[in-house]
Design a binder for this molecule. Structure first.
Ligand code: FRU
Length: 473
């Protein structure tokens, strides 16, 4: 990411400017086309413009809100980003709304880009932003050069009003371009106040707390992570009494430990959640009613030549803390909603994968979901070839598109889940103990092949489904 340097500007004149106006617009009247050749079929992309990190993830009133770093005016990243906005009732079908947060005016005609941040509900109205029956949705973001800002919505996220006292956390005066950034805000139930994590370059993650979202107190620093922190509790192996916290950064490095509302204390880590080439800046949804911790990541650096949009999101995943042979680890798998998009499903059970024979001959598609449990037996390598690209398992290692990860046999078997879309390949091993998210080079070859080398292998079970497009046609 390029960072253009903005001088740091402060002063009351400046804060006055920030108080000006709300951001309100009707639902987007632009007709969506969504029929371009490189448009992913079941992954989120904006109608047009550049997109990077997911922002402001919050569930409210039956809707998952997905905000994102957006340049509505071109297909390149620029400093002066907006927050794009889409909503979904099922994490599959997204309706894009007008941009929700815009760059803020600064003296000298410049603007402060709306960089990454988070979204959350304030049902207790601690911030005093409630104006009607709806619970306020509050978002926190980094206005470049200014500091951490908040805005609130009383109409289910259809319009946002920036807080008149922005920035609630001014940028430290010695920051020039490498802004302190990416506020992740939660209500801490045990402590009874809000906490905010921000990334401070060359330092790590700073934690702050606040009773009212307006006044923030520095609490502690966790050293060593960079950009887009997120932190959340999860039950280990589903046991609520064994709750631990996870703290991660944009590169999906994470620690497991405890967070008491003041400081994060690591018990183990760092580990890496996703070993693919294009997984970046993942965030999790606040307020999901069924208790799932659901994440989505930007699939950084995909190539979309000639498209009206640039970049795509990964597919949403459910996160779990599980005890694996090597210890407690964070795992992720695609959300189960994906099953609703399946069609043309083919199934195998107890088949033999004969040496050099392709079990999937004749099966193809630009959007596919493959689920397999395989026993290598005498085979020395197993290969699922997707659009000409091998996903390979050999000598306890899983590899795809230049990424590799150890994948130990579990009772002599491996479990694989592979999501294929026009421009992406997401590979999961052993129920998400391993995951690799990578951009898939577009290819006229839409075929699938499953083969064994060195001997025969056993297909304990195999399911191949085509995946329906989520876009209106
Ligand atoms: C991560 C990041 C964030 C920043 C945003 C700017 O990709 O660099 O730290 O807020 O992108 O677009």
């Amino acid at each position: 990411m390029r960072f253009l340097s903005h001088p740091v500007l402060r002063g009351t004149f400046f804060f006055g400017l920030l108080a000006a106006g709300g951001f309100a617009m009707a639902d987007n009247p632009v007709p969506a086309r969504y029929d371009e050749p490189l448009r992913p079929q079941f992954h989120f992309t904006p109608q047009k413009g550049w997109m990077n990190d997911p922002n402001g993830l919050v569930f409210y009133g039956g809707e998952y809100h997905l905000f994102f770093q957006h340049n509505p005016n071109g297909t390149d990243w620029v400093n002066e980003l907006h927050w794009g906005h889409a909503v979904s009732r099922d994490l599959l079908h997204w309706k894009e709304l007008p941009d929700a947060i815009h760059p803020l005016p600064m003296p000298g005609g410049r603007v402060a880009g709306a960089w990454s941040g988070s979204g959350f509900l304030d049902p207790g109205n601690t911030g005093g932003f409630r104006t009607g029956a709806e619970s306020p949705i509050v978002v926190a973001w980094t206005a470049t050069g200014l500091g951490q800002c908040i805005a609130y919505s009383s109409d289910r996220g259809r319009s946002f009003t920036p807080f008149s006292g922005n920035p609630v956390l001014p940028m430290a005066p010695d920051r020039h371009g490498d802004w302190d950034r990416d506020p992740k805000v939660y209500w801490n139930e045990d402590a009874g106040y809000w906490t905010m994590a921000i990334s401070v370059t060359h330092k790590g993650v700073d934690f702050y707390s606040s009773p009212d979202l307006q006044h923030w107190t520095y609490r502690s620093t966790f050293p060593g992570l960079f950009e887009c922190p997120d932190y959340f509790p999860l039950a280990v192996d589903g046991k609520e009494k064994r709750r631990k916290w996870v703290l991660w950064d944009a590169s999906s490095r994470y620690y497991i430990g405890q967070f008491d509302g003041v400081r994060f204390t690591a018990e183990s880590g760092p580990f890496v959640l996703d070993r693919g080439r294009n997984y970046y800046a993942a965030q999790t949804w606040n307020g999901v009613p069924d208790g799932r911790r659901i994440s989505i990541a930007w699939m950084r650096d995909g190539k979309f030549p000639g498209m009206p949009f640039n970049q795509q999101m990964g597919f949403p995943s459910t996160l779990r803390l599980r005890t694996l042979p090597e210890g407690i680890r964070l795992t992720k798998m695609p959300v189960s909603e994906l099953d609703k998009l399946h069609f043309d499903t083919r199934r195998w059970r107890g088949a033999t994968l004969k040496l050099e024979e392709n079990l999937l001959r004749g099966i193809s598609g630009d959007a596919l979901d493959v689920q397999a449990e395989l026993e290598p037996e005498t085979a020395t390598a197993l290969e699922l070839r997707v659009h000409g690209e091998p996903v390979r398992f050999t000598k306890g290692t899983l590899s795809a598109l230049g990424a590799t990860a150890p994948l130990p046999l579990d009772h002599g078997r491996i479990r694989l889940r592979v999501l294929v879309d026009r421009t992406s390949l997401e590979v999961y091993g052993n129920d998400g103990a391993v995951s690799m998210t990578s951009a898939l080079p577009p290819s006229p070859d839409n075929s699938l092949a499953l083969t064994a080398a060195g001997g025969d292998a056993k297909v304990v079970s195999l399911t191949v489904s085509r995946v329906r497009s989520v876009w209106p046609r």
